[in-house]
Design a protein around this ligand. Structure first.
Ligand SMILES: C[S@@+](CC[C@H](N)C(=O)[O-])C[C@H]1O[C@@H](n2cnc3c(N)ncnc32)[C@H](O)[C@@H]1O
Ligand code: SF4
Length: 387
């Protein structure tokens, strides 16, 4: 790395809002989420804290606006539509949320009640992301989910009828006790609803989760998983979905703006407990996070010790971090995007790119870097060339 950089300009900006509570902690989940009874969740105080947090951040943003907002968790659907509305209005007062700003809310089928989704839409949410995970009661039980298959179907039907611009379904496979036939049936059951977007994740045992300490019985082996994944991808492609990222599938025109911005190494401001930010400020790329524990966050939000860390991304790390994200995209990325988002000239990656081409992992097409099927399959090897 030569160390020459150019000022970072025109980098798209997203907003992430974290809600750190769930009714119960799922045994596979390593997200910053804490089990709480509904009445113990300080909804009003938390929205106040989020707005203090935001008010302390927005002067950093200059005149930039958001391409997307993502309210994730945890279980944001534990918050009332009124609270979500108050949050979005408070943000909009500083940074107007344009009509084409995608606003996603994550919802758990176990918190769905009649009319709730429509009320979120009326409060300004344009996209709902539903954590279905499976439609099979036994699988959902094994995953410790708070809902059954009937509730998942009912929530999905309601989401699709509530007038959102888009609806995403989160689905997992490779579950304890799940045969390939069961996984295919799960996906087929979801596709019967024809959601505009689907995120398909292989269950992973994350460190410091209950499943990590006590691995569940009946997990499929790697060969079965590889075969199953191919079958599921084929089923999705036959159903008219494009796989545009490792785990993301969309009908034409329905890609998730927010996640695309992460994968394209765009900027994001994070508010809420443990939320991470990555911002391009003049010639620097900075990263920092908010206090992780909800009580600490509530106590510090908006104040001078609200951050749990602030670091400048070393020039040498920009290449690796960009590639870690952008190579996940099925169609790759234009080299111009690399220059704009890292502030580095493409000469910085000439050597590893040439190596990747020689090894059949990427192709260069009209200024784009496109992973080959082989590169996409062995993504880790490909990404390693840039570290
Ligand atoms: C932060 S969760 C939010 C959704 C919502 N809290 C829920 O669970 O219904 C986002 C998604 O990541 C996926 N996920 C979480 N932990 C996972 C794991 N250990 N392995 C694979 N996917 C996981 C699930 O599909 C989940 O819906
Ligand atoms: S509901 Fe979602 S965020 Fe909450 S514990 Fe389960 S997987 Fe994690």
């Amino acid at each position: 790395v030569t160390g020459t950089t150019v000022p970072l300009a025109g980098v798209p900006l997203s907003l992430y809002v974290h809600v750190p509570w769930c009714l119960r902690k799922c045994p596979y989940c390593d997200f910053n989420s804490h089990a709480a009874n509904r009445d113990a969740i300080p909804e009003r105080a938390y929205v106040d804290a989020l707005l203090r947090d935001f008010a302390s951040e927005w002067p950093r943003l200059g005149d930039r606006s958001f391409v997307s907002v993502f309210i994730g968790g945890g279980t944001p659907s534990l918050f009332s539509p009124a609270a979500i509305g108050r949050l979005l209005e408070g943000i909009d007062r500083h940074v107007p949320l344009g009509a084409d700003c995608e606003v996603t809310l994550e919802a758990n089928p176990g918190t769905h009640e009649h009319g709730l989704f429509r009320a979120y839409r009326d409060a300004g949410v344009s996209r709902l992301s539903l954590g279905v995970q499976s439609l099979d009661d036994t699988m959902l039980g094994n995953l410790g989910r708070i809902h059954d298959g009937r509730q998942a179907r009912a929530a999905l039907a309601a989401a699709l009828e509530s007038g959102f611009d888009s609806v995403n379904v989160d689905l997992m496979f490779g579950l304890p006790g799940q045969s390939p036939a069961m996984a295919r049936a799960d996906l087929a059951g979801v596709l019967d609803f024809a959601p505009p977007h689907l995120s398909l994740y292989q269950l992973t045992l994350e460190p410091n989760t209950l499943f990590d300490h006590q691995p569940p019985a009946g997990l499929p082996d790697d060969d079965t998983l590889a075969m199953l994944q191919e079958q599921l991808v084929a089923l999705l492609e036959r159903g008219g979905y494009q796989r545009y990222e490792v785990s993301a599938y969309a009908r034409p025109g329905m890609r998730c703006r927010h996640n695309l911005n992460y994968w394209e190494f765009g900027d994001y401001l994070g508010i809420g407990a443990g939320a991470h930010s990555k911002l391009s400020l003049d010639e620097d790329i900075v990263r920092y996070a908010k206090r992780r524990h909800p009580a600490d966050y509530l106590a510090t939000a908006g104040g001078s010790d609200a951050h749990s860390g602030w670091r400048r991304l070393a020039i040498g790390d920009r290449v690796a971090e960009f590639m870690l994200n952008a190579l996940r995209l099925r169609e790759g990325f234009p080299l111009a995007c690399f220059e704009q988002r890292t502030g580095l000239p493409t000469t910085e990656v000439e050597m590893p790119l040439a190596q990747a081409v020689t090894r059949g992992l990427v192709e260069l097409q009209d200024g784009w870097v496109v992973p080959t099927p082989r590169g996409f399959r062995f993504l880790n090897d490909l990404q390693l060339l840039f570290t």
